[in-house]
Design a protein around this ligand. Structure first.
Ligand code: FAD
Length: 195
């Protein structure tokens, strides 16, 4: 499969970066073709501006948005890697969706209601959190961590096979625990193989 990894962490020494490396290696080991979109490294501008909206309303896709949509169209599989920031995606990633998933490209509304237009065969979100799993479960907050991404974005746009994995308490975890996480991520390339 052609797999696009969209990565949103500013620090090259972060644990998220280690996850990125393992995921990329794991996918390549299974023979998948991988492109990485490192939003901070690319200095991606996440702000959807009035001029962008004006162009979109006239049916013109601004060049900066068309470029991102071309990357998305290239891929058959998608992986998103990011830390949980204020119960959501880092703003740079949220802004990427604001800009890229335009009406008529990623979804449309017609007489029969909403139609998702993305045809990707599989999508996966890998999310790290500072809080403990216990905290999220006790506060019934777990769905808040992933549903805006899985349901509110990827499934909404028509992708049927949407998956997520949350790694909690990254800072409090033992070194062994973090190695186990990275070993698990390294195996996830297999999940993109033909079923
Ligand atoms: P890092 O801080 O880079 O690393 C975590 C640990 O892993 C460190 O001990 C580091 O030494 C170690 N490590 C790094 N690389 C490796 C490696 N290769 N192998 C083994 N160990 C390694 N959390 C919540 O739960 N809910 C929130 O709403 C929330 N909001 C936040 C908002 C902001 C703005 C910020 C900055 C943080 C927030 N957090 C929140 C916490 C955040 O989710 C975690 O800090 C983040 O997920 C940790 O991932 P990281 O890649 O930044 O880890």
């Amino acid at each position: 499969m052609r797999v696009l990894i969209v990565y949103a962490h500013p620090n090259k020494n972060s644990f998220n970066h280690a996850i990125l490396e393992k995921m990329q290696q794991g996918l390549q080991a299974e023979g998948h073709e991988v492109q990485v979109k490192d939003l901070y490294a690319e200095n991606f501008d996440p702000v959807l501006r009035a001029s962008d909206l004006e162009s979109l309303q006239l049916g013109n896709i601004p060049e900066n948005i068309a470029k991102e949509q071309a990357s998305l169209c290239w891929a058959e599989g998608l992986v998103f890697i990011y830390p949980l920031w204020w119960f959501g995606r880092p703003a740079i990633l949220k802004g990427w969706f604001d800009k890229v998933l335009t009406n008529g490209f990623a979804f449309k509304f017609g007489e029969e209601g909403l139609t998702g237009l993305l045809k990707h065969r599989r999508a996966l979100a890998l999310i790290t959190a500072g809080g403990t799993e216990d905290f999220f479960k006790k506060n019934k907050a777990e769905p808040l961590v992933y549903r805006p991404m899985t349901d509110g974005t990827l499934s909404f746009c028509g992708i049927e096979d949407v998956n997520h994995r949350i790694y909690y308490d990254i800072g409090g975890m033992s070194d062994r625990g973090r190695q186990d996480v990275l070993e698990e991520v390294a195996t996830m390339g297999k999940d993109f193989n033909e079923k």
